[in-house]
Design a protein around this ligand. Structure first.
Ligand SMILES: [Zn+2]
Length: 170
């Protein structure tokens, strides 16, 4: 009982320290995040939408842990299993609309379930059409270009379709 309680207290303190050392979202940022989550929900990703809606704390600046270890992603960083998602200024500025922000959050929702970078990239790439994030509408955007490059680097065999043998298979 003592060990369980002490562990629980430490986890709560750790979680609180992540929140205290970072800033919350501004109201306009909060609205953009909610619109993106709504799109995820409407596209039928109920598990991901539930996690983002009810279990996730969104922050707008790095907590001490992110600042200490650094982060790889340009748009967002997730602390699993604390379900803290840090959204960088690029998340609000670079994507062209809510649907593109939804694509980023769908990726983060997989990290929130404990998956690694490759699994998150894979899930988002396989499901982009279901989200409405499609090549005909978004192929020219900065986010599409960056995501395709990352996905291509991890999964080159996803891009061996079409007449040229160099096109996306999904
Ligand atoms: Zn990631």
């Amino acid at each position: 009982m003592w060990v369980v309680s002490a562990t629980l207290v430490l986890l709560i303190l750790w979680y609180a320290s992540l929140l205290i050392s970072s800033d919350s979202l501004k109201p306009d940022q909060r609205a953009k995040v909610q619109s993106a989550i709504d799109l995820i929900q409407q596209s039928g990703f109920t598990r991901e939408a539930f996690i983002l809606n009810h279990l996730t704390a969104f922050r707008s600046s790095d907590n001490w842990l992110n600042a200490y270890v650094g982060h790889r992603d340009a748009y967002a960083a997730t602390n699993f299993p604390f379900e803290v998602v840090t959204l960088y200024p690029e998340f609000f500025e670079v994507p062209t609309d809510d649907r593109e922000r939804a694509a980023v959050l769908l990726h983060e929702a997989r990290h929130l379930q404990g998956e690694g970078e490759e699994a998150a990239l894979q899930f988002a790439w396989h499901n982009k059409r279901r989200l409405g994030w499609t090549v005909d509408r978004y192929a020219q955007t900065k986010l599409w270009d960056a995501t395709e490059r990352l996905t291509r680097a991890s999964f080159p065999y996803y891009f061996q379709c079409g007449a040229s043998g160099n096109n996306d298979c999904f």
